[in-house]
Design a protein around this ligand. Structure first.
Ligand code: HEM
Length: 422
């Protein structure tokens, strides 16, 4: 997925049978020129029937922007309640279905979303946004002053999770504990943590949110947990699972996605010095740069649905019960929608990328995600003159997320900019 791997060869991609690309296998994204692969899918087989694999049964793969938008919009014919990612769709179910926003449909989804939206409006987020800017400046200032950093681990990693803790109202004293659990919960496929350890960590997080919700029910304050703990739908409080799962869903939805976008954005700026200069000199707005970073990086490569009834997509009959996957990575490079889609162009307008999805499940945290990337780009251009790679990068190992776990960089400071921050 990263352009580091892109070098491995369009030629190989051109010679292969489309059926031979195993989209369930995380290794595919590390060893294939993914954009060359998606170009072929869009041109030759925009509605592809992916063969069954070790990971599960057959499923549909949509790669054209318009087809993907059609399915995102259509919650009459497509459900999220049997999973919205390959891993849960292939498993056949999601244990949070009907309770957590992303995997709930219909009136219940609309009612919980309406309740949560109160905390996600730009006005409600003003204070949180200011904290994002402060935190980003502090981390960037330290890293640039030092002259080098692992941009992923020393800078980007600390911003989204701390922001979500602000949003949820997790007390300072509990944050290290929660962050530790979250790391454990996420690391089943990589580090020394066993699948059972990460399952236990996830349960501990849910228990923690349960206790915090209980406390907020008694003493509500201005945070998302209080909104969920005291909110009512049709005159009744939300049930315990709905409260804790929707708290957790902010970590699931908003931590890695934002982080990977920031890291990928900086990687793209290092590879396109003319774009860095345009940003640095103020020739492009940070707002349009944010949108291009979102399009370019597409941190969530795919989402998915199940067909509720027989339905046609691009002339292809999809049967009731079939799994349909929507490849944002491909939609965001669709040559029928974007001019020169393979060009990283911070001034791109219009830029109707699908990185935040579309329709009823459109990302609840889109404003916040944009605030985070904006703070990063704006901060960098203020205090750095140059950023350069400083060692090998480490890609994430996933069939869902795309980006880098580790990205050592070297900075040349903008002394005037740094002085203004101190
Ligand atoms: C939903 C992407 C940041 C919370 C989604 C969806 C996408 C997405 C594509 C739709 C999923 C579907 O249709 O099945 C992203 C990206 C982000 C980001 C690329 C950052 C660059 C955030 C943040 C938060 C968040 C910061 C919260 C703090 C959510 C939630 C949903 C969601 C709760 C479910 C909404 C619903 O089903 O109604 N996100 N997200 N996301 N996102 Fe984000």
């Amino acid at each position: 997925m990263t352009s580091a791997t892109a070098a491995l060869g369009g030629a190989d991609v051109e010679d292969r049978e489309l059926d031979s690309f195993d989209l369930t296998d995380p290794r595919t994204y590390q060893t294939t020129d993914v954009h060359a692969m998606w170009r072929r899918f869009r041109a030759e087989r925009p509605v592809h029937r992916h063969p069954a694999t070790a990971a599960g049964p057959e499923f549909w793969v949509l790669s054209k922007y318009d087809d993907i938008m059609k399915v995102y919009k259509d919650d009459d014919n497509f459900t999220s309640e049997r999973g919205n990612l390959l891993v849960t769709l292939l498993h056949g179910s999601d244990s949070a279905a009907g309770k957590m926003l992303a995997v709930t449909d219909g009136p219940r989804h609309a009612a919980i979303r309406k309740l949560m939206l109160k905390s996600f409006s730009p006005r409600a987020l003003r204070h949180i946004s200011e904290q994002v800017v402060q935190r980003t400046r502090m981390l960037l200032g330290t890293a640039v002053e030092r002259g080098e950093a692992d941009f992923a681990r020393d800078v980007a990693e600390h911003i989204p999770i701390a922001t979500i803790c602000d949003l949820l109202g997790v007390p300072e004293a509990d944050r290290a504990f929660l962050l530790g659990l979250n790391k454990q919960a996420l690391s089943s496929s990589t580090a020394d943590t066993s699948a059972e350890d990460s399952w236990l960590a996830r349960n501990e997080i849910l228990l923690y949110f349960g206790e915090l919700a209980e406390e907020r029910r008694r003493n509500p304050v201005d945070d998302v947990i209080s909104v969920l703990a005291t909110g009512r739908i049709d005159g009744k409080p939300l049930d315990e699972d709905e409260i804790v799962l929707n708290c957790y869903s902010l970590i699931i939805g908003g931590d890695e996605t934002s982080r990977l976008s920031m890291i990928g954005g900086v990687q793209a700026l290092m590879r396109h010095p003319e774009q860095w200069n345009a940003l640095k000199q103020g020739e492009v707005t940070v707002e349009s740069a944010v949108e291009e970073v979102l399009r370019w990086t597409t941190p969530g490569m795919h989402f998915g649905r199940r067909a509720l009834r027989d339905v046609e997509v691009a002339g292809q009959r999809i049967a009731a019960g079939d799994i349909v996957t929507l490849w944002n990575t491909s939609a965001n490079r669709d040559e029928d929608v974007f001019d020169a889609p393979e060009t990283f162009d911070l001034a791109r307008t219009p830029n109707k990328h699908v990185s935040f999805g579309y329709g009823p499940h459109f990302c609840l945290g889109a404003f916040l995600g944009r605030v985070e990337i904006n703070a990063m780009l704006d901060g960098l251009r203020a205090v750095a003159d140059r950023i350069e790679p400083n060692g090998p990068v480490e890609p994430v190992f996933s069939n869902f997320l795309s980006g880098l776990e580790s990205m050592p960089v070297r900075f040349e400071a903008d002394r005037e900019g740094l002085a203004q921050w101190s």
